[in-house]
Design a protein around this ligand. Sequence first.
Ligand code: ZN
Length: 495
Amino acid sequence: MLKFEAVRIDPSPGEIAELLADGAAAANRRCRTRLLEDDPAKWRKFARQTQAAPEGFELWRGGRGGAPGTQLVGAWWTDHIGRKHVVVRGRRIEHESAKLLFHKDELARRPPLWHGYPEHLAQRWTPVPNDLPRVDWIAVCGCGAVGTPDALGWMGATCGPCHDRREEGGSLDHVRPGWLHGERSPFLALAFGRTGKHLAGIEADGTASVWDLAKGRVVRIPPPVRRAIFYADAVFAGPDDERLVLNLNGGIEGLGAVTVRDWRNPDRPAIVPLYAYAGATRVWPSRAPDRFLLATDDLAQMDLDGRPMQRTPLPGPFIGLPNAVASAPRFMPFIRVDGIRFLDTHTLEPGPFAPYRRRSEGVYHRIAAEYREEAGVAFVAQFGKLDVHELRSGRPARSFALDRIPVAAYHNSPAWIRQMALVLDGRVLVLVVEERLVMLDADTLAPIAAFAWHLGPIECLTIAPDGRTLATAGNDGSVKLWPLDRLLKGRGTEP
Ligand SMILES: [Zn+2]
C-alpha cells in the first residue's frame, strides 16, 4: 500500500513542494484510475503552511468515492529545540475496507507527530479510580523510555537523551522495527516464527509476506490462485523457520487449500498441493520444531514436507479452532459445543476442559480461549464477555463484561473481543477489542491499560516467542509491532 515515504528536518519550501510532487507521482505509479493530480500551486500552499504553524496535517486524494484511489499525506511537527520535521507519505488504497485512509477527519484525530513517526506513537488509556480513564498519546523510545512526547523531550525517532547520545557519536541500542506494510489488501492472519526473527502476514487476496525483522527485508509470495479468501492461517515450521505453511480458506468452491513453502526461495514451487479440502481447514504450530498441525476431519501432525506423522480424531463435537497467536504454544483450544478442550500441541493428548455456555449459534471464530497452565486458569471470550474458569478449585466461572472494564468500555458500541493472548510469561492478558489492545493483570484481572494505533479494527494478532513483542494487523494494510515490555514498564507487570 505504502509507495512513498520521506521525512525531512527543516526542509525549504521548495524542497517540500518537490517532495509532494514526487510523492504523488510515486503513489500513482502503475495505476490507471483515480489518480492524484500534480498540483504545484497546492504543494506550494502546503509548504507555506508549514512555515506558519508549529504543527499541522493535510490529506489529498485522487478522485471521489472509495477505493481504489491514491492518497497523499503531508504533516509537520516542531521538536523542542525548534527543528521542523516534515513528512510526506503516498499510498495506493486498493481495497474498500481501508477507506478510512481517505477520510481526513479520521486521520486528523491523530496528532501531526503520529503522521510523522507512527511507528513510535500510540494512544493510551490509563484507568483512574472512580473516574473515566485518562487518554493520552505516548511515545516509545528504543532505550525503553515511555511517556508523552513533551515529558521525553521527544526528537522524532528517539527521546531527547538518546538523540543527544547519537549526536555525540554514540550508538543506539535495542532498535526494534515499529511498523510494516502489506502489498494491497487487508490482513487476515499473522504469525511469528519460533526464532522470533521472522513474521508472516497473509492478505485477503492470498498474498503472503515474510519479513526478516533483523535484516529489514521482505519476501512476497503470490497466492497459488488469486481468489477471495474468507479466512487464513500462516504457520512457520522448522527449527530455523525454514518452512511457511499457508492455509487459504474461501472462494466460491469453499475450499481449504494448504501449501508448504520454502519461503526463502519464493520462486521455487510450493510443496503442493498438500491439501485441497472441501471444507474448513486450519493449520496450527506444534511445540515440536519439525512439525505442524493440520485440522480437517481429523487432527494430524505433519512433517516439514507435509507428510502426516500421526493422526488423531477430533476431540468431540467440533465447532472450531481459533487462529494461533503464539509460535510454539503448549495448548490449542478446541471449541466444542459444550466447552473448550485444550489439547497438548506436541502429543495431541486432551488436556484441561473449560465448560461454557454458548451465547450464539455458529459464530465460533469469535470465541477466543487461552489456558494459563501454572495457575490452572482458562480464559474464554465470546463477543463482549470474558469468562474466567478456575479449573483446579472448581469454583464457578467469573464473568466480566467489557463495559465494566474501564479501559475497554465503548460508549454505545457493540465491541467484541476478537482475539486474546497471554503475554509477558503469562502475567498479562491482552484482549483485542475492536481497535484497542486491552491489558489485564492475569492474576487479579485488574485493568492495566489499553492502547490503540490502527485505523479500524484489529483482525489478527501474534506474539513473538520471547513474549516481549506483539504484532497486530487489520484493514489499514499495516502491521504494528508493539514493544510490550516497554509499553507496560512500571505498570506493576514486572515479575
Ligand atoms: Zn531513548
